[in-house]
Design a protein around this ligand. Structure first.
Ligand code: SF4
Length: 354
């Protein structure tokens, strides 16, 4: 066994975190936890895992759940395509695969929403198959320990790190090894302020010896965030409000939001009134602007959303169906899955009167 692997497993024996999905060999529950934990911290994902496991202990129950209910359960976790894939895949397993979770790496990898990393994690945790995980945590640990400065987002880098990851794997106990390196990256060799002083691996860690811990791993491109400006129109008709289920090809697919005017910057009410959308919605209609909110912010991976919310009372029939809107009593908004920024607004009672 490699020196690195031996020390890593020693660290794991002393430090590992007890988590519910580590105590099971049930591939469905392991898959569920892995999908929840994609791009989510363990502390944030844990209550979601518990809630899904309680509501849907078997894949069949998740497959048969209404889609809106699954989206609602997922609300707050972000990256909603994961929830849609989760539901889609549950149905695929329950019906096409007759309830049998795939038990080969290739079979698992073929599931929608499952990439190389998640397939390796499920294959090793559920079936003890010898596949090494390679995610952000693993890239960081390996690049620091081996002083490997090839950018991790290049073809050359991916090849080098894939080989390193495979070479380090404890093929006799891949589940324990994979869990160890993931935990080590998440809690010890952290992105910021890694615990080098107390690290069992520091005597052989190249980055520690060469004082390059803070510069590794290297990425060739940095993501540039685009800002989008939303103006939400909360059209109140009697006790009801108009909502829209978001479509494919944009953020928040299948979540609900309000009718929306998007522009290149946050506009004043007077500017908004001149937009074609506003004129289309409200031309010759008797409306009353009740409130306009402060700007709210939500930061996503590739973009920033700045949204203002305009409360509008409409005194005649709005006929929102022609735009694909649906009407809901204002008191039932808790039943809909919204993007976080809408919940932030709905919970915020510090509104400015316009
Ligand atoms: S010494 Fe520091 S950088 Fe090296 S493996 Fe340990 S925690 Fe990571």
């Amino acid at each position: 066994m490699q020196h690195f692997t031996k020390n890593l497993l020693e660290w794991f024996a002393q430090s590992h975190r007890p988590l519910p999905w580590k105590e099971t060999k049930d591939a469905y529950l392991i898959w569920l936890s892995e999908i929840i934990l994609q791009q989510t911290r363990v502390e944030q994902g844990l209550p979601y895992f518990e809630r899904f496991r309680a509501a849907y202990p078997r894949v069949q129950q998740l497959a048969d759940a209404p889609e809106d209910e699954v989206m609602r359960m997922w609300e707050g976790l972000g990256y909603y395509s994961r929830a849609r894939n989760l539901h889609f895949t549950a149905k695929h397993i329950a019906y096409d695969l007759k309830g049998k979770f795939p038990d080969t790496y290739e079979g698992i990898r073929a599931l929608k929403g499952v990439g190389d990393y998640t397939a390796a994690a499920i294959a090793s945790f559920a079936y003890d198959l010898p596949y090494a995980v390679l995610d952000g945590n693993v890239y960081r640990v390996l690049s620091r320990y081996f002083g490997e400065a090839t950018p991790i987002d290049t073809t050359a880098g991916k090849k080098i790190f894939r080989r390193l990851a495979d070479d380090m794997l404890d093929t006799k106990n891949p589940a324990r090894y994979n869990q160890a390196i993931m935990d080590f990256g998440a809690t010890h060799c952290k992105p910021k302020q890694p615990l080098c002083a107390t690290c069992l691996l520091k005597n052989d860690c190249k980055a520690f010896a060469e004082n390059t811990v803070g510069t590794l791993p290297v990425k060739s491109k940095k993501l540039k965030k685009i800002t989008r400006y939303f103006h939400y129109l909360i059209i109140n008709e009697g006790e009801n409000v108009w909502l829209k289920k978001r479509g494919a090809g944009d953020i928040w697919h299948k979540l609900y939001d309000f009718p929306l005017i998007e522009d290149q910057a946050t506009r004043t009410l007077e500017e908004l009134k001149k937009t074609s959308e506003w004129m289309d919605f409200f031309h010759h209609k008797n409306i009353l602007i009740q409130k306009i909110s402060r700007p709210f912010l939500q930061v996503l991976t590739h973009r920033k959303i700045i949204a203002v919310f305009i409360e509008i009372k409409i005194k005649e029939n709005f006929e929102g169906e022609q735009y694909g809107f649906v009407q809901a009593p204002r008191t039932t908004l808790d039943d809909y899955a919204f993007p976080r920024i809408l919940n932030d607004y709905l919970k915020d009672d510090v509104l400015e009167l316009f």
